[in-house]
Design a protein around this ligand. Structure first.
Ligand code: C2E
Ligand code: MG
Ligand code: MG
Length: 678
């Protein structure tokens, strides 16, 4: 605690001066009355002259008292005018200022005007009731650091009740040991409330002194005037802060938004440049958030987002930047990273943070996210490029299987603009329910009736013309979307097939195309088994079509997978046979069910000899290997007749039917049943 010191104020000095002057006057007057005549009688023996002198001494006395009176009055007038001047200066000074400058100038001027040791402008903390935070503190001739202080249990409590708080003495004794005002050694204080236009208590304006404060009434009325002006300024500052907050922070999660992120990232990049350090931008996006929102509703969706923000905050370090760009997109900037592994570990922490389910009453919701990562300086040197690249890597992560992370790589994005546009649209198409499974019948050439069908995916986008699977399937394969898409197609085909069976239609095998990526995925067999289990379809009613070139990519693995599928009871056919380069020796090693002659050969039969020879050879060879043969792309009778002649087992093509929707296929199957019965 500071030593107790009580220097006298000008006003107190003024009183002392007045007292001393009056005492001196009394002493002088007494001496004058008692001794002046006697002294004069000794000095002037002539009685006439004495009378004249007595008159002069009388005048002298009046002149001296007049002079004293003048001195006293002018001294007080000086004090008053100096004081007025100060108030004038305060009002002129503070009205001209705004913001922090105003608050500083106000507290400084108040200490001068009221001649106190300290002036404080304090604001009540909206988030912490019972706590005030100083906006400006002027103590012992200089501005001090701001601090917070408890109001409860102290005379300051009155401040909050919007009352004037006047403590003439012993303030420190009434405050706790650690209270900042006690540490100052305050003896007396006066505080007036600051209220906004709606009479909400914003804070208080306080003057504190180590002496006894006098003239409460006058000080209070003056202080109230300044408190009004300070309240208006405080309110203006609050509105400014609110507007600024709204412009730079997300209203839902209170995290920095895209604008603020750009600023913060810009600063972080500047630092990284100076320190020659690395930095990582992690772009995080929820998987299937739209679906979550659709199912749970907007309110619960917002709760999930707020919960996510909280969890991400917990897993971020103080030097990291966490931003919420809107919807379900978050960005984490990791500064001063040491290695890619470091970033990977931190990204894993984020995944870990989201792992626990969100609970809503009795329900639990698991959310997953995809993270795209761009590194400074290798993937971009400015915030815009880094964010764009991290976003692109995130999209890639999403289509590569969700709940996974991807580092940006420039090679990733060398595809043409067209395919980028397509890719953009493709990403999300599954969630938007834009895919449809069509079914093309396969005809048994021995009976002329349907014997199986092929499931073909179709992509119909709102307001766009349909995109052919030949265009988007390669893209889906390249981007990894084929994994979820392929799974959905297979499940859809199995579900539909089971439905037809339940409707009493003749059971058919539905063949689903499987891409190389799907085929070589670790869990293909598990996935097929799971789908069959979930849809209740018996394995014999599901077939898979794989391309010829796929067979020889990894022979051992192919054989293993084909065996597992055969064990499961699912038949596999080689699609587009004749276009690849599989040798017969290979073919006999694979546990296959059949071959499908590529439509390019069928197109040219019977008129082209070469095509005829190839088709005929494939049929003969397949039969020799005990495989069934189907020809696709059969558009006319001549083709069909030739295939019948060569003993082809089945055909598929526009001659019989195009690929049909599930409803159209139902009708087709019913028609077939009638034909068979007839
Ligand atoms: P694909 O498996 O060889 O399918 C046969 C394609 O030939 C289909 O084209 C079908 O509509 C078409 N087609 C059928 N009959 C005739 C005909 O008489 N004349 C002509 N000119 N064409 C006929 P689509 O639906 O455009 O599919 C093209 C390719 O896309 C498919 O060739 C297949 O490789 C791939 N694809 C289609 N659906 C899927 C799928 O669900 N998954 C995977 N991985 N690939 C698929
Ligand atoms: Mg096919
Ligand atoms: Mg084909």
């Amino acid at each position: 605690m500071k030593p107790w010191k009580t220097p006298k104020s000008p006003l107190e000095k003024g009183y002392t001066f007045a007292l001393k002057t009056t005492l001196a006057y009394l002493v002088f007057g007494f001496l004058w009355v008692v001794y002046s005549d006697r002294l004069l009688a000794v000095l002037v023996p002539d009685p006439d002259l004495l009378a004249v002198f007595q008159m002069y001494t009388g005048w002298f006395f009046v002149a001296m008292t007049g002079l004293l009176l003048f001195l006293l009055i002018s001294h007080y007038l000086g004090l008053i005018s100096r004081r007025e001047e100060r108030f004038y200066m305060i009002s002129r000074g503070v009205t001209g200022e705004v913001g922090e400058a105003f608050f500083s100038s106000l507290v400084r001027s108040l200490t001068e005007a009221f001649d106190v040791d300290c002036a404080v402008l304090a604001e009540f903390d909206e988030k912490q009731p019972g706590v005030a935070r100083t906006v400006a503190v002027y103590l012992d001739g200089r501005l001090q650091e701001n601090f917070s202080f408890e109001l409860a249990g102290t005379p300051c409590m009155k401040m909050q009740q919007s009352e004037t708080c006047w403590c003439a003495r012993d303030v420190s004794a009434r405050l706790g040991e650690e209270h900042p005002f006690r540490r100052i050694g305050v003896e007396s204080c006066l505080s007036v409330p600051m209220c906004d236009a709606r009479q909400r208590h914003l804070g208080a304006l306080v003057i504190l002194s180590r002496r006894h404060l006098r003239q409460k009434t006058m000080a209070e009325s003056m202080l109230k005037i300044f408190a009004m002006r300070a309240a208006a300024e405080l309110e203006r500052r609050r509105s400014e802060k609110t507007i600024e907050h709204m412009a730079f922070y997300n209203h839902l999660t209170d995290l920095p938004n895209a604008r603020r992120l750009h600023q913060m990232l810009g600063q972080a990049l500047g630092d990284a440049h100076k320190k020659q350090s690395q930095l990582a931008v992690l772009y995080l996006d929820f998987d299937r958030f739209k679906m979550i929102e659709r199912t749970l509703g907007h309110r619960l969706g917002s709760r999930v987002l707020r919960g996510t923000a909280e969890r991400l905050k917990q897993s971020c370090r103080s030097q990291d930047i966490l931003a919420h760009l809107g919807a379900d997109e978050f960005v984490v900037v990791l500064t001063e990273i040491c290695s890619t592994q470091d970033v990977r570990n931190r990204a894993r922490d984020l995944f870990e943070a989201l792992k626990a389910p969100f609970s809503f009453g009795d329900h639990q919701l698991h959310v997953t996210a995809s993270i795209g990562i761009a590194l400074y300086p290798q993937d971009g040197e400015d915030s815009e490029t880094l964010l764009k690249n991290a976003d692109a890597a995130m999209s890639r992560a999403k289509i590569l299987g969700r709940n996974n992370l991807q580092f940006y790589s420039s090679e990733m994005f060398h595809s043409s603009f067209q395919s980028l546009v397509l890719e953009n649209r493709l990403h999300g198409a599954l969630e938007r329910d834009e895919f449809l499974v069509l079914y093309q019948p396969q005809i048994d050439l021995h009976t002329g009736f349907i014997n199986g069908m092929e499931a073909l995916v179709s992509w119909k986008q709102a307001d766009q013309k349909p995109v052919s699977p030949s265009d988007f399937i390669p893209l889906a394969e390249e981007t990894g979307l084929i994994d979820p898409l392929g799974e959905w197609i297979m499940a859809e085909a199995c579900r539909q097939n089971r439905k037809w069976q339940q409707l009493g239609l003749i059971p058919q095998r539905v063949s689903v195309n499987v891409s190389a990526r799907q085929f070589y995925a670790r869990d293909l067999v598990d996935m097929v088994a799971r789908i069959l289990r979930e849809t209740g379809l018996e394995p014999q009613w599901l077939g898979l079509e794989i391309t010829e070139s796929l067979l020889i990519q990894d022979v051992q693995k192919t054989i293993k997978t084909l065996r597992s599928l055969a064990d499961l009871g699912v038949q596999v056919t080689i699609d587009d046979f004749g276009t690849g380069y599989s040798s017969l020796s290979y073919l006999k090693n694979f546990p296959l069910h059949g071959l499908k002659i590529d439509q390019s050969f069928i197109h040219d039969i019977p008129q082209q000899k070469g095509a005829c020879t190839i088709a005929a050879t494939i049929i003969a060879m397949a039969h020799a290997l005990e495989l069934s043969v189907i020809a696709e792309g059969v558009e006319n009778r001549a083709q069909r007749d030739y295939l019948i002649e060569k003993d082809c087992d089945k055909v598929q093509g526009f001659l019989y039917s195009r690929a049909l929707t599930a409803e159209a296929m139902s009708r087709y199957l019913q028609g077939e049943m009638k034909k068979m019965a007839g």
